[in-house]
Design a protein around this ligand. Structure first.
Ligand code: NAD
Length: 269
């Protein structure tokens, strides 16, 4: 990629938390905002531009149209409705699948040839819808998967054992939703397996593991109950994925990808 250009589609809570984190981390050179509410996208671009005097790098930020996707390395889709209190992510499917199809059609009409990253929920299914609609190779359409949930897990373990979350190596796997699970057998703190940590430390015991899992699984509902939506954590997770892509990091991250037989999962796609 000649320059790091990102187009964000959907300038709501998630899209703008992502954009704000991109600017603060100086993660890309060029950022374009698209929303069905064009005036909102323009206002958001103005607001972000006013922060450039304090940003760690020079950036170009503007609102635009789908033609901007043509030379973008990454298009991040955060358009769509979010969960209301008590609503599951799957219940958003019908509303957001229609939005996803029309958004991807517009992206592809621009002769886009980069990577699509989906954050809208239910993210795993919508990443699949986006891949189907795009006609792109499957390794160029991904979803944010359980990257946020994994960050939540690392935080919860870290809080319990009082060790930096960056030293917690543990993953939430499965669908980003109520059926997700923790790969406890492969959870490590520093170089130590969590079983050994539990044996050696008073701060954490085996019963805590269930509590931690439930806290992570139910985190979105707990936040939505209090402030109607969740967005900062996912915004930062999306920046992490973005940086890994533009820097070609070969980093291991729990994202949504097409499974064409891995782990003996049969697929009739
Ligand atoms: P929001 O309502 O604040 O923002 C959605 C934005 O999408 C709005 O600005 C709206 O105008 C725009 N939009 C709607 N239809 C559009 C279209 N056809 N084209 C362009 N823009 C369109 O919602 P939010 O809180 O930002 O959530 C966005 C999505 O992200 C939801 O589906 C939510 O569930 C999901 N989400 C995902 C994660 C994750 O971990 N993947 C975490 C939190 C939220």
């Amino acid at each position: 990629m000649e320059k790091s250009k990102v187009v964000v589609i959907g300038t709501g809570f998630v899209g703008m938390s992502y954009a704000y984190a991109l600017v603060n981390q100086g993660a890309v050179e060029e950022l374009v905002l698209i929303d069905i509410d064009r005036e909102k996208a323009i206002g958001e671009a103005m607001d972000l531009n006013h922060g450039l005097a304090f940003a760690p790098r020079k950036m170009t930020i503007r609102a635009g149209g789908y033609e901007e996707c043509k030379d973008a390395g990454l298009v991040v889709i955060t358009a769509g409705v979010n969960q209301k209190e008590g609503e599951t992510r799957i219940q958003l499917l019908n509303r957001n699948a229609g939005i996803m199809k029309s958004v991807v059609k517009n992206i592809m009409a621009s002769e886009f040839s980069g990577i699509i990253l989906v954050a809208s929920n239910p993210v795993d299914i919508l990443a699949y819808v986006a891949w189907k609609e795009s006609g792109l190779p499957s390794n160029r359409v991904i979803g944010s998967g359980t990257s946020l949930d994994t960050a939540r897990l690392r935080y919860e373990i870290s809080y319990k054992v009082k060790i930096d979350p960056r030293n917690i190596h543990a993953y939430i796997l499965g669908e980003h939703g109520d059926s997700e699970f923790v790969a406890w057998s492969n959870a490590h703190i520093g170089a130590k397996n969590i079983n050994d940590v539990i044996n050696d430390m008073d701060e954490i015991n085996f019963e805590d593991l269930d509590q931690i899992y439930m806290k992570v699984r139910d985190a979105a509902q707990e936040i939505i109950k209090r402030k109607k939506a969740t967005y900062y954590g996912v915004g930062m997770a999306l920046v992490r994925i973005t940086t890994a892509i533009f820097n070609n990091e070969n980093r291991i991250m729990p994202v949504s990808v097409l499974n064409d037989g891995l782990y003996n999962c049969e697929s009739d796609l």
